[in-house]
Design a protein around this ligand. Structure first.
Ligand code: GLN
Length: 276
């Protein structure tokens, strides 16, 4: 009797230790099982860089907010998985996915970049965009990318297609310096304080900063390129990519996507389209 009681205690103790070790191991990876009520529900880690309104920003409490946050919550609810959000520098997003430290990038990322496509897999695209040149509202010298001159500095955010465009201008001697900064908020501040003469930034994001700081900035010239934003997952993670595509399709079809576009005052890529 005594022996069986002590062996029971031993078994319980061993089970507790194993449970602890298992929990510790699983929480160190990107995704984990939900600890809450819905047993077996996946918790995916979604990462973004939050100086990219209206897609990725922070609310008055400093919490991550924006179209991408709402879209991810809607897709997760539709597909029956849970998500948690984390923020990091834009240039750190793809390395985090490659290293398995996060599961999904939802950060207004151009999915049509061949270099990125070598490193991560993208979902279907959800927004069509392009880069523009933003200047101070009273700047009459810069009327587009071709009127930038070798005495000027032009800024963009690290790891973005805008940063590539700035670097190319500097490498070709078209501008004095490509000022590559961590956040678009800092780029815009540099423009405001005349530390740079132009910022290369995505058109809808320029519109959002112009609205936030009314009468300060304008965009000039044509849109420089065509981009389309997609979510990204680790290479070969077709299971997750297919869930995201299915969720995106469903929220487009049930009207949630259109509601979110309205909420964040953005154009709706799917307004006239019927998804295959
Ligand atoms: N569209 C740009 C890119 O994909 C910028 C994205 C961002 O800063 N969030 O590089």
């Amino acid at each position: 009797m005594k022996k069986s009681t002590s062996s029971k205690i031993l078994i319980i103790a061993l089970a507790l230790i194993m449970a602890f070790v298992f929990t510790a191991c699983s929480s160190s990876s990107g995704s984990k099982e939900a600890s809450g009520s819905a047993e077996g529900t996946k918790v995916y880690k979604v990462i973004m860089e939050p100086t990219f309104p209206p897609f990725d920003t922070t609310d008055e409490n400093g919490e991550l907010a924006g179209f991408d946050v709402d879209m991810m919550n809607a897709i997760a609810a539709d597909q029956g998985f849970e998500i948690e959000f984390a923020q990091m520098e834009f240039g750190a997003l793809i390395p985090a996915i490659e290293a398995g430290n996060a599961d999904i990038i939802a950060s207004g990322m151009n999915a049509e970049d061949p270099e990125r496509q070598k490193k991560v897999d993208f979902t279907d695209t959800y927004y069509d965009s392009g880069l523009v040149v933003m200047v101070k509202v009273d700047n009459d010298t810069i009327t587009g990318i071709d009127s930038l001159t070798p005495d000027m500095k032009v800024a963009s955010q690290t790891g973005t297609t805008g940063a590539d465009a700035c670097q190319e201008l500097a490498d070709n001697g078209k501008v004095a310096e490509a000022v590559i900064l961590d956040g678009f908020d800092t780029c815009v501040l540099q423009l405001k304080t005349d530390s740079v003469q132009a910022v290369i930034i995505d058109a809808p994001v320029a519109a959002s900063y112009m609205k936030q700081q009314s009468g300060e900035f304008k965009t000039v010239g044509d849109v420089l390129n065509a981009e389309s934003y997609g979510m990204a997952v680790q290479k070969g993670n077709d299971e997750l990519r297919e869930k995201l595509n299915a969720g995106l399709k469903n929220i487009v079809e049930n009207g949630t996507f259109a509601e979110l576009c309205e909420k964040w005052e953005m154009a709706n890529k799917f307004e006239f389209a019927v998804l295959a």
